[in-house]
Design a protein around this ligand. Sequence first.
Ligand code: MSP
Length: 536
Amino acid sequence: MPSPCYITTPIYYVNDRPHIGHCYTTLLADVAARFERLRRGEPPQGPAPGVFMLTGTDEHADKVVTTGAAHGCTPLEWSDRNAAEFQRAFAFMNFSQDDFIRTTQERHKSKVLEYVAELQRRGDVYLGDYSGWYDESQDEYLTETVAKESPHGPFTSPVTGRPLVRRSEKNYFFRLSAYEGRLRAHIEGHPGFILPEARRNEVLGRLRQGLQDVPISRAITDDPASQWGIRMPSDPGHRIYVWIDALFNYLSAIDSSARGAFWPPRVHVMAKDILWFHAVIWPCMLMALGRDLPGCVYAHSYWVREGKKMSKSLGNFVTLEVLQAYAARYSLDALRWYLLTQGPLGATDADFSHAKFVDVYNADLANGIGNSASRVANMIDKYFGGVLPECNPAGAKARFDARHADLAGRVLGALDRFDLAACAQAGISLVSRVDEVISEERPFTLAKDMPANGARVAEILCFAAESLRIASVLLAPALTSRMEQVWRSWGCAPGRGQTLEVLCAFGGPAGLRPGARLAKGEALFMRADPAEAPPA
Ligand code: MSP
């Protein structure tokens, strides 16, 4: 049995409205969790023992107080309202998280106090003076070098371009510097710890400049914003810095006897903006607490629009409303497919483009799995009364093996590298193989001379139907509802206990059998008109 698998997303600032970026990262975690459930022979939509997917909201930022007040709300009311927006957005996206954590929840706050007290007890926290460049738009201090080398100009926020401010305060510090050597050794010894590789190299590069201790608290003043957050244990004059509070969510959510076995996380998924916190500060805090480190910190790139970073000031976000309009016109599965396969999974940014959406939709879905499934079901209906015929199994399997021997092994290998685009493409490559065999061998022409050609036609169609069954399994983590539709029409839903390996075995225990009824079913994806304007 594979070991327990814990997958996390960042917890999102509750002040933002959910947009493509939040949905994308959470989609990656969702697709990975669905594959992991299939790996273990569990229903992909979950819940399933052995797999735990976590997402949630980060609610103790100063902005929550100010924006809440501007809307006539207390910070908690404002958090409640916006956390609910994220939950609705994620329900709409059909995400299968096992839990949604909010940093204002008691279960989180009480654990954070324990963790910080433990760091203090172990001597890794001290009171000191801090003065540095502060990025108010991101609620973080930057090092001198990062502040100087911001892509938007010296002493501006590298994320938003807003001017940095000089701040001084008394703070509790975490002895980050003490862990520099161990962290470097860990990163060097575990090539998969920070992915993609370009990001790993960046972190190693920055580490060469050395690590300084980091503040983990902020002084409480008369400003109501400074009073929002978790107080430092044994010093009510300070609150725990929002980033430290937030990072602990990964631990607080599963730190119980029922869930404890999920530690350490298989992968923390996020974008490159918050990699430093996750690849440097967080692992060092875990070392200080004597906890195992996550298997992988995966930092994808950004969705951009017309080549520009999406930002509040440009007002160019692909909003949830835009995503919903795409789902309404092309189906939610189509939206998930586009985000998954065309997104910034690796080290390069990805542009959200309507033309690309329609191209990919038509190629992979309407003309791909959709057309192939309906063509094969139609031929089985026409030549064999909708019942899968007897055939020579070796002949059918040979056509499959020509390209797809050890399919499950390769998909699981890609999953371990978090190469989810490759996992999804494995299904599409099976569909292409089916199309190729059908156009080369022309069963529709052979069928004109029946029963003479009956055995060959049966062999081709058995190959095609069984290959598409396997494709439907591999596509199901992305195309959650349409593949279930295929399973219903063909009576081939994965059974409990059938692992991905069993499900992908051609003619294996999960395979379609002669005599199986394959209903034609409704079209999966209607062809899209490339000339049509983007949905409003
Ligand atoms: N609250 C912190 C994270 C704390 S985790 C312990 C935070 N929140 S955030 O709301 O700003 O979310 C940042 C994350 O949202 C990114 O790391 C990424 O996962 C996602 N995205 C936001 N914009 C994005 C794009 N334009 N493109 C892709 N994903 C991006 O930072």
